[in-house]
Design a protein around this ligand. Structure first.
Ligand code: ADP
Ligand code: ADP
Length: 220
């Protein structure tokens, strides 16, 4: 089964207004898939559906062959979403400790690598961190959970270019080593250049193109 499979998938937050409509695509397991499109296209909505932050309004969404949102899938998915649910009064250290307690497959060395890469102080309170630092903590939590599917919604958006380069390198080598399926969004295809081998182009609530990156670029 593909890692993610959508048929006629749609999401409406308000009656008569569709953030996503009639989306169909399949992401093969073990690939690094870019989700690319302009702001407001529906990328975060798609990530919200895959992470089951909310339910779809129509259509079908399957993750590893199971309907999105089953309890068993929670352990197999790690996500960095735009809502970034971290406790502001917790320190970085306390946040990681919670992750360790909640996740049986927790990899502490992985968490430490992500935190140390940006020189984040373990004693800093999450509420005092910048947006980029907070997303680094969220990324550490999501990666250290050792999921089979990693959902990353603009995880590098607030990072400086060097930190972004280092983190992408770590993320990709780690995913390749473990065969993790990765879905990562950006409003710039160039930002994901060299990192992805599969792509979904999202525009005005539709998945316009989905497939192998080389094949899509050759067809242009
Ligand atoms: P992207 O991540 O590509 O910027 P979004 O998925 O955030 O796109 O947004 C897609 C559309 O859905 C936009 O028109 C946006 O205003 C709308 N939208 C997103 N989140 C909500 C929400 N919680 N309530 C109502 N409308 C929303
Ligand atoms: P999940 O429900 O599978 O843990 P979420 O989308 O709820 O995924 O959370 C995104 C990531 O942040 C996950 O990897 C999760 O472990 C972590 N996380 C979720 N909630 C919190 C929290 N309140 N404090 C710290 N980490 C959290």
């Amino acid at each position: 089964a593909p890692a993610v499979h959508a048929v006629g998938l749609g999401k409406s937050y308000r009656r008569g207004q569709w953030a996503l409509r009639n989306c169909g695509f399949a992401v093969p397991a073990g690939r690094v898939c870019g989700v690319v499109g302009p702001n407001g296209a529906g990328k975060s909505t798609l990530f919200g559906l895959m992470a089951h932050l909310f339910a779809s309004s129509e259509g079908e969404l399957r993750v590893f062959g199971e309907p999105a949102g089953t309890p068993a899938l929670r352990a197999r998915i790690g996500s960095v979403t735009q809502s970034r649910p971290l406790y502001p009064s917790f320190t970085v250290e306390e946040t990681l400790r919670l992750g360790r307690e909640l996740n049986p497959g927790w990899d502490e060395a992985c968490a430490q690598r992500v935190i140390e890469l940006g020189g984040l102080s373990p004693r800093a309170r999450v509420g005092s961190l910048s947006g980029g630092q907070r997303s680094r903590v969220a990324l550490a939590l999501a990666m250290a959970k050792r999921p089979e599917l990693l959902l990353l919604d603009e995880p590098m958006a607030d990072l400086d270019p060097l930190a972004r380069h280092d983190l992408m390198g770590l993320l990709l080598s780690d995913a390749a080593e473990r065969g993790t399926t990765v879905m990562i969004s950006s409003h710039l295809l160039a930002e994901l250049d060299g990192a992805i081998d599969h792509v979904l182009l999202v525009q005005s609530g539709r998945v316009r193109l989905a497939g192998d990156l080389d094949e899509i670029l050759d067809g242009h």
